[in-house]
Design a protein around this ligand. Structure first.
Ligand SMILES: [Zn+2]
Ligand SMILES: [Zn+2]
Length: 328
């Protein structure tokens, strides 16, 4: 009696593969037999598998009605069947239907196995898979990449986590892959986020305050944005100049000041360029004020569009600068 079980398709011993018969059995650590082709393994790994003629497989086959694979050499491997199956699927040319499986499940073990067998192509595929999953699962990819010491992937995933509001400590983003990494990796992620918040807030602040007006280059940089203009507004609207000489400062029109305070809060919560741009474009709360001024009605919507684009670029650049300094 055999204590082994057969792996499901496409690694089962089956007459469906009669035109290209399996010539090797890989037996997982939990005794599942995977019927494979030596050539496919040879194309993926320089390592050879030490085989033994397996008496169990021979006696089993003689009893079974299906004896196509009788007497195949058997190689024991140390991977469990769940990992071996994923590894072998990546070795074969047909793509895995990604909808059918959770591609991140066990992926760190599959990568370690691929690395141990020196399967470069498979390692490349797994690294691309991790990158492609950052949008959907940044915390899981971060943890997996940290555990595998893939610093570039970990950094990209850390940037990917920024698009979520800050709730890491609430456990909202807790993923099982956190068990793969140390507390140091998680606190590093928190510190990285804090630095990105600070840098993004700096980017917002550049558009909130203008000092030393009116000849100063900062004023010139803002050009003719309506909220920085002292002229042409209806009564009660428009930028104002306070002080004289070197102490002179320009203050933006009231609705813009309140609006940028909300943008600042949004970026402090979610330090990413998408959140920054969305906050700039969400100016419904300002509409009552804007609608009372002909200049602002005419100019504010399109100029806020411009500001959203500028801030998107600025926040991206700030986050990029912070991320470059990190190695997770
Ligand atoms: Zn902020
Ligand atoms: Zn106005």
């Amino acid at each position: 009696m055999s204590l082994t079980t057969r792996a499901p398709s496409p690694f089962a011993a089956s007459s469906a593969n009669g035109n290209c018969p399996h010539d090797l059995v890989l037996r997982s650590s939990d005794n599942v037999d995977f019927h494979v082709h030596k050539t496919v393994l040879f194309l993926n790994t320089p390592k050879s598998f030490h085989t033994v003629d397996d008496p169990a497989s021979q006696s089993n086959a003689s009893e079974a009605s299906d004896n196509l694979h009788a007497g195949l050499p058997v190689a024991r491997v140390k991977e469990p069947s769940a990992v071996l199956r994923r590894l072998l699927l990546l070795c074969y040319p047909q793509p895995i239907p990604s909808s059918a499986i959770d591609v991140l499940d066990h992926i760190h073990l599959v990568y370690r196995a691929a690395h141990a067998y020196n399967m470069r192509r498979v390692c490349d595929i797994i690294r691309s898979t991790l990158l492609s999953r950052i949008d959907a699962d940044p915390y899981r990819v971060f943890a997996v990449a940290c555990s595998l010491t893939l610093p570039d992937t970990a950094r990209a995933a850390a940037v990917g986590t920024l698009k979520n509001p800050n709730a890491l400590c609430s456990g909202e983003y807790e993923v099982s892959e956190f068990s793969l990494i140390s507390g140091l990796c998680l606190t590093a992620l928190c510190r990285f986020r804090n630095q990105c918040v600070h840098a993004s807030c700096v980017a917002v602040d550049r558009h909130r305050y203008v000092a030393n007006c009116p000849s100063d280059e900062a004023t010139a940089a803002f050009g003719d944005l309506c909220w920085w203009s002292t002229k042409g507004h209806s009564r009660g609207c428009g930028a104002t100049v306070a002080g004289t000489g070197r102490d002179c400062t320009l203050k933006s029109t009231g609705w813009f000041k309140l609006h940028m305070a909300r943008v600042y809060d949004a970026v402090r919560d979610t330090p990413c360029s998408t959140a920054a741009a969305a906050a700039v474009l969400d100016y419904t709360a300002c509409l009552p004020c804007i609608s009372r001024c002909n200049l602002c009605v005419a100019d504010a919507p399109k100029q806020l569009q411009v500001l959203a684009g500028i801030l998107r670029t600025d926040v991206d650049a700030q986050v990029h600068t912070v991320a470059e300094r990190w190695r997770f």
